[in-house]
Design a protein around this ligand. Structure first.
Ligand SMILES: [Zn+2]
Length: 83
């Protein structure tokens, strides 16, 4: 049996919503020095033991890595993945 799906209902309009980014556990594969903070929109830096916002996604991670107190200690190979 074959059923045709109504293509009208499956189409989602590409609306530009600025959603808050949440911490993504996958980042830990690349950024071993971070872990999830108590808040979804924040990450915890194991190096300087500070939390920082990841509301803008990896941008926040990279910003911390470059501008944080621990900038010099962040492994260079665990840096930069502007997705
Ligand atoms: Zn740090």
């Amino acid at each position: 049996m074959e059923e045709e799906e109504a293509s009208t209902s499956s189409a989602t309009p590409p609306t530009k919503i600025r959603r808050m980014c949440h911490y993504n556990k996958d980042w830990e594969n690349k950024y071993s020095w971070i872990t999830k903070a108590n808040v979804d929109t924040r990450a915890y830096c194991k190096i300087c033991r500070n939390e920082f916002a990841v509301a803008e996604g990896l941008k926040g991670v990279n910003q911390h890595a470059k501008g944080g107190k621990c900038a010099s200690q962040v492994p260079k190979n665990g840096l930069f993945l502007y997705a």
